[in-house]
Design a protein around this ligand. Structure first.
Ligand code: SF4
Length: 442
């Protein structure tokens, strides 16, 4: 086991993936080497996720498993969202831990491992300076995570929204938008590295610039991006907030072919009473009007959304409204989550009255309905040409994504034969599965 080596596990969402990538870049610039095998590492780092109970359980399980495998001289460090808000729980459940670093101070990872090199300090070594905002102090480290031809680019962090069920504002603090100049510099870096897709991420991308008083911050950023990186074929937007899709944003998306006709807009529910109890925008007329406007401007638009079922007090009648809404709108992709009771959030006082069997049944009914919708939408692509970003090859089959597929959460396109990974290849669709497509190179 060499001294300056680390083994990094990244859990949770794309924003955590970027934080892991930035911590790795910082360690590398300070003489550390990332290793692929656990037993070769001096430092074992787990970038945890903590936004709901099930994610916290997964983080604890991972830490416990690595603690069991930890050898003399190895140091186990927990970073990320769970340590930021639940550090006491982490230490109680993983007493073998050597160091803790919160998600707001990811940039102090070198300080933590350097601190752990001297065996004189009491462990676990806590590095959780309170009341610090996210992402001001980036130390010139790119906020990107590149995988093959695709890269996440973080444009902001934190969230100022009041959603009653959500722990993110408690974990990350209010929205902090990154300087446009830094984002454009990183986009140029990605263009020069041959990236084909840039995926813009934040807790709420549509709030970009709002903390600086820029109501159309995201539209301005997109206009600057397409001018700055004309050789990046695909720009994708994730995590939009209902009520913040402006006419200018719709026009910028519709008029710039680089910006994919794809929108991820978590709506969480469709019954106004539930949305009000969630402290979410409850103007469903706005939702119908805006989706209609977008589909008129971008007929090939692919829409992804997410819903919570079993929110406190959700009646069968309210759930039926959601089921009917999803059938009516015909989304391309949906994610459905059972309500997770989160102490410390505004929804805590509502308790968790809906039985987990009821939540599970509602989740299955909604997904079953969506499977029919997804299959019929996929069938409508048979015979059509589709550009596909190739991401892998195995057993004679190449796999990739079309503009309708964000990484890790949407479908894939399977193509017979070995195609160049990291390149966009034109495909003729020959078959449709529930979530995926099959095709041949044109
Ligand atoms: S907008 Fe998203 S991240 Fe922000 S509080 Fe609401 S659910 Fe949480």
């Amino acid at each position: 086991m060499r001294f300056n080596t680390y083994f990094l596990v990244s859990l949770g969402c794309a924003k955590n993936t970027v934080d892991s990538s930035s911590m790795a870049e910082l360690l590398n610039r300070n003489g550390y080497t990332q290793v692929a095998k656990l037993n070769q590492a001096r430092f074992i780092i787990v970038n945890t996720c903590g936004f709901i109970q099930s994610a916290r359980q997964e983080s604890i399980q991972m830490l416990k498993e690595l603690a069991r495998k930890k050898r003399p001289g190895q140091k186990l460090v927990a970073t990320g969202c769970m340590t930021e808000l639940y550090h006491q729980m982490v230490v109680e459940q993983v007493p073998e831990l050597d160091g803790l670093l919160g998600t707001r101070r990811w940039m102090d990872i070198v300080n933590v491992v350097e601190g752990l090199r001297s065996n004189n300090l009491p462990t676990p070594l806590y590095h959780l300076p309170g009341n610090c905002a996210v992402s001001y102090d980036e130390r010139g480290i790119p906020r990107i995570a590149q995988q093959g031809g695709s890269a996440y680019l973080k444009i902001a962090d934190g969230c100022h929204r009041p959603c009653a069920f959500c722990t993110i504002p408690l974990i990350k603090g209010p929205t902090v938008s990154r300087p446009q100049t830094a984002i454009l510099e990183e986009a140029i870096m990605l263009q020069e590295s041959g990236a084909k897709e840039i995926i813009l991420i934040a807790q709420d991308t549509t709030a970009y610039g709002h903390d600086r008083g820029e109501k159309e911050g995201l539209s301005s950023l997109l206009e600057a991006l397409v001018k700055t990186v004309p050789r990046i074929p695909w720009v994708r937007i994730l995590y939009a907030y209902p009520g913040c899709i402006t006419d200018r944003l719709i026009s910028v998306m519709a008029e710039n072919p680089q910006i994919l006709p794809y929108l991820d807009i978590p709506l969480q529910h469709a019954h106004p009473d539930i949305l009000r109890r969630m402290k979410r925008p409850a103007d469903m007329k706005w939702v119908y009007r805006t989706l209609d406007k977008m589909r008129k401007k971008m007929p090939q638009l692919a829409i992804r959304t997410t819903f919570i079922v079993g929110y406190p007090g959700e009646t069968e009648k309210e759930f039926q409204v959601l089921l009917n809404f999803v059938r009516e709108i015909q989304f391309d992709r949906i994610g459905v989550f059972p309500f997770s009771f989160e102490p410390g959030t505004a929804s805590e006082e509502l308790g968790d009255p809906v039985l987990s069997e009821t939540k599970q049944k509602r989740l299955e009914r909604l997904m079953l309905q969506q499977q029919e919708i997804s299959l019929s939408k996929n069938r409508s692509f048979i015979g059509k040409a589709l550009p596909v970003l190739i991401e892998g090859y195995d057993n004679g089959i190449s796999a990739g994504r079309s503009y309708r597929d964000a990484p890790e959460i949407d479908g894939l396109v399977f193509i017979e034969g070995k195609l160049p990974v990291g390149e966009i290849v034109n495909i003729r669709v020959t078959g449709a599965l529930t979530y995926d497509l099959i095709g041949n190179p044109i």
